[in-house]
Design a protein. Structure first.
Length: 342
């Protein structure tokens, strides 16, 4: 018997922007039907569009989602995020099919260092330990001794003997934060950055804080304003107890402990959706309301639907590279605090 049920079309890529409740409901029902048919678990990063976050089985940071993918009984993983995140899921779930709605969804931070560049850097410091942020490609992870997340980077660096040189890549703002917290003067930091977080500037932060003197502040350590946040706290312009340098997972934990009032948020604006769900009575205000990642937003509702219908785009990682990259992630987990991802 032919199934004549009306289903959302993929032909008009921008039509979803004007959907009402009925259109969204039809799309979400079809996504869930296809996910069940494809034996798929849908994962959405915290920076994804709200519609995709709301239809996903799990929402979180990239490492937590990749670990959920590995633990899931489903044979297919659909990762709504950027490409390195889907790669990490494949690294930790080598026997599963991993799909991403748009394979061209890259990452300006991951793109700031290549495996060739890391090999050249290692050749200049042959005895150094390489610590790479999880926001890197599989090839870079394969050249890494131990990975870290924004929430456990300090602990990872502290686990390395004090006399060993460290090469930390690729985020310069996270690296500066870790160096400040650990006091390591033998830690070399790669000059990479996420262009979205880098554009959350000290000027943005100071203006927003001064306009909201009673607010709390959540700052992601990838932000270009992290040092300014600590400086403002040190000067007393923002009480230290209300200044929080947090990963995305840490922001959610802190939001659940916050009831009412106003919180200024310095990270990609997609994060506000989960924060508002975690604490509906709190007014979450972006430090830079223009801080939206265009790569994250390449994963649209029609592309998610197409991924499930057509089995695209599949993410593959060379098994030899995946094995070496997996060791770097496992060394991090072995420290005992795998962290909340980026």
């Amino acid at each position: 018997m032919t199934d004549t049920t009306a289903r959302p079309a993929v032909a008009e890529p921008d039509a979803w922007r004007t959907w009402g409740d009925a259109e969204y409901g039809a799309w979400a029902d079809e996504v869930r039907r296809l996910a069940a048919q494809q034996d798929a678990v849908i994962l959405a990063h915290n920076y994804q569009l709200p519609a995709i976050q709301d239809v996903a089985d799990h929402v979180g940071d990239s490492l937590a989602l990749s670990r959920l993918a590995a633990a899931s009984p489903r044979s297919t993983v659909v990762f709504a995020g950027v490409h390195f995140m889907a790669e990490t899921a494949k690294i930790l779930s080598p026997g599963k099919r991993v799909l991403i709605p748009d394979a061209t969804a890259g990452c300006s931070l991951a793109d700031t260092i290549t495996a060739d560049q890391l090999r050249a850097w290692k050749a200049e410091h042959p005895d150094a330990v390489v610590v790479s942020y999880v926001n890197t490609t599989a090839e870079v992870k394969a050249e890494t001794d131990i990975c870290c997340t924004s929430s456990n980077a300090v602990e990872v660096v502290q686990s390395i003997p004090a006399e060993r040189e460290i090469l930390f890549c690729p985020d310069q703002f996270l690296g500066a934060h870790v160096r400040r917290m650990t006091g390591r003067d033998n830690m070399h930091v790669w000059l990479g950055e996420c262009h979205v977080h880098a554009d959350i500037s000290p000027a943005d932060l100071k203006a927003t804080v001064r306009a909201n003197p009673d607010a709390e502040l959540f700052v992601h350590p990838e932000c270009g304003c992290t040092t300014s946040a600590l400086w403002l706290a040190g000067r007393g312009e923002l009480p230290a107890e209300r200044t929080h340098i947090l990963s995305t997972g840490g922001m959610l934990d802190q939001a659940r402990a916050t009831h009412g009032g106003r919180v200024l948020v310095a990270t990609e604006v997609g994060m506000l959706h989960q924060l508002r769900k975690a604490s509906p009575s709190t007014d979450f205000v972006p430090v830079n309301p223009r801080a939206a990642c265009p790569y994250m937003q390449q994963n649209t509702p029609p592309k998610l639907l197409r991924s499930l219908r057509e089995g695209v785009d599949e993410v593959r990682v060379d098994p030899a590279i995946a094995e070496r990259a997996r060791r770097a992630v496992e060394r991090m987990v072995a420290i005992g605090r795998p962290g909340g991802g980026e």
